[in-house]
Write a protein that binds this ligand. Structure first.
Ligand SMILES: NC(=O)C1=CN([C@@H]2O[C@H](COP(=O)(O)OP(=O)(O)OC[C@H]3O[C@@H](n4cnc5c(N)ncnc54)[C@H](O)[C@@H]3O)[C@@H](O)[C@H]2O)C=CC1
Ligand SMILES: O=C(O)[C@H]1O[C@H](OP(=O)(O)OP(=O)(O)OC[C@H]2O[C@@H](n3ccc(=O)[nH]c3=O)[C@H](O)[C@@H]2O)[C@H](O)[C@@H](O)[C@@H]1O
Length: 434
């Protein structure tokens, strides 16, 4: 059976590599020649722990190949997974251009009956639209079936999530096609949920929106803790032990970022508006997150009369640890806000620096280590809880900074530790140490 994966971003690449690892014959196709060249040399274009090794292993075993040749990709394919991007349009809706182009190319190049599986996150109704695009262009002797198979992996733990996911959702209006996709996934031995096409599409948006809601909720409780007293770490633990609530995604912080939560909740809100439904909770989640990202900046403005000319350090630029992804990261907003105040900014991140440099160039400075970034600084912000950042000794902040004022958006340190080291410590949902 020939399986083709269209798009070698996080989802396409990790899915393709993991499916080849369980024995399937996989062809990964991308229109980006640079990515394909890199992949053919055994290297991953994305930073994801463990991925390079799996790519090399499965290329060697002859089960995994990469191509930018559309004919080679689709000719003879029994099953094609679409995993191209669905970035946000200016109005918040999902941009379906990449999906539509992929569908057109599939129709023009498939050579036998085929199941087309959408892994990309797409608004409800899109799979039917994809079906129509392909159907209209398909030679009369060929049949296509459409399956919606949304993806739930997280960046930074994508391989683990693929092998150990909570469920595989397979939405289809054709039972036989749904069963064949279940067979492809059977080596993973994960629970499978069969639904109709539209429900599968909705499961993806509902899941991401609910997780985002959980984060915004705990962030609001944290903000209230700061006002009324109370420690968000203790509160979240006590709340999370209730199994009906669960302890995951209750980590208060500087707001959620990344390539998916922000875009997906906006896309769901846009979809609701299109259908004349006022999705009040979702609008609040969006609002709360916007304000949360500005929170530490406003704290800093309260503390310093003026930020102009002040040496400020930012540790952690990516939207979460173990990824080089900076899409919608809290760091981008903070850098913009600080630049408007004429602060002098030095940043450090273990892997995210080059992407930030592409955006801000010489407007900010890039340090080779956390220590270098902290040297002579008047205030430091922690925005990503990288292992190497949260295990820094508070003594380091004290000895390198001109004045140890720390704004910690990820609650990396205990209040006791901050007090002991004489750090001015402002974190999320906990009393300040001044
Ligand atoms: N990044 C993540 O962790 C997750 C992403 N998703 C969803 O999966 C989809 C893909 O996301 P990413 O993997 O982050 O995408 P990405 O934007 O990083 O990569 C997409 C890839 O598709 C390629 N591409 C575009 N048009 C093509 C075409 N016609 N034929 C072949 N290749 C083409 C691009 O060159 C690019 O390499 C999105 O809908 C996203 O919302 C879902 C779960 C997790
Ligand atoms: O659709 C997607 O792309 C993916 O989006 C998220 O995965 P991801 O964005 O990779 O990362 P998460 O671990 O969910 O973190 C998202 C953001 O929320 C923040 N977060 C997460 C958890 C938490 O308790 N608190 C918190 O602030 C993180 O710092 C990060 O900025 C979902 O967790 C995946 O299930 C989904 O497949």
């Amino acid at each position: 059976m020939k399986i083709t994966i269209t798009g070698t971003g996080y989802v396409g690449l990790v899915t393709g590599v993991c499916l080849s690892d369980v024995g399937h014959q996989i062809t990964c196709y991308d229109i980006d020649q640079e990515k394909i060249d890199l992949l053919n040399s055994g290297q991953s274009p994305i930073y994801e722990p463990g991925l390079d090794e799996l790519i090399q292993k499965n290329i060697q075993k002859g089960r995994l190949q990469f191509t930018s040749n559309v004919k080679e990709a689709y000719s003879g394919a029994d099953c094609i997974f679409i995993a191209v991007g669905t970035p946000p349009n200016e109005d918040g809706s999902a941009n379906l251009t990449y999906i539509e182009n992929a569908a057109i190319e599939i129709a023009e190049h498939m050579t036998k009956d085929c199941i087309v599986v959408t892994k990309s996150t797409v608004p409800v109704g899109t799979n039917e639209h994809i079906g129509m695009i392909i159907q209209e262009r398909l030679p009369v002797n060929l049949k296509v079936r459409i399956v919606s198979n949304p993806e739930f992996l997280r960046e930074g733990s994508a391989i683990h999530d693929t092998f150990h996911g909570d469920r595989i959702v397979i939405g289809s209006d054709n039972q036989e096609a749904g069963k064949r996709i279940e067979e492809i996934y059977s080596p993973f031995k994960l629970p499978v949920v069969h639904t109709d096409l539209r429900s599968a599409e909705m499961i993806k948006y509902a899941s991401n929106s609910f997780l985002a809601l959980k984060i915004s909720f705990i962030n609001e409780i944290a903000n209230l803790c700061e006002k009324v007293g109370g420690n968000i770490e203790q509160v979240a633990r006590g709340v999370g032990l209730d199994k009906r609530i669960g302890n995951k995604f209750l980590q208060a912080g500087i707001g959620f970022g990344g390539s998916c939560f922000p875009k997906d909740i906006n896309a769901l809100n846009h979809l609701a508006n299109e259908y004349d439904y006022d999705f009040k909770i979702l609008k609040s989640v969006i609002d709360v997150n916007r304000l949360q990202k500005e929170r530490l900046f406003h704290k800093a403005k309260e503390i310093f009369e003026s930020l102009a000319g002040r040496k400020i350090t930012i540790l952690g630029l990516t939207f979460k640890p173990n990824t080089d992804d900076i899409r919608d990261a809290a760091s981008l907003k903070l850098i913009q806000d600080l630049l408007l105040e004429d602060a002098v900014i030095t940043v450090y991140d273990p892997v995210g620096m080059s992407k930030v440099e592409k955006l801000f160039g010489d407007k900010i400075q890039y340090a080779a280590s956390a220590e270098d970034a902290l040297a002579g600084s008047e205030a430091a912000f922690i925005l990503t809880e990288w292992g190497e950042i949260k295990t820094l000794s508070l003594e380091t902040f004290k000895s390198y900074m001109e004045k140890p004022i720390l704004f910690d958006g990820r609650n990396c340190f205990t209040l006791e530790d901050a007090e002991k080291h004489g750090i001015h410590y402002y974190s999320i949902g906990r009393k300040p140490i001044v």
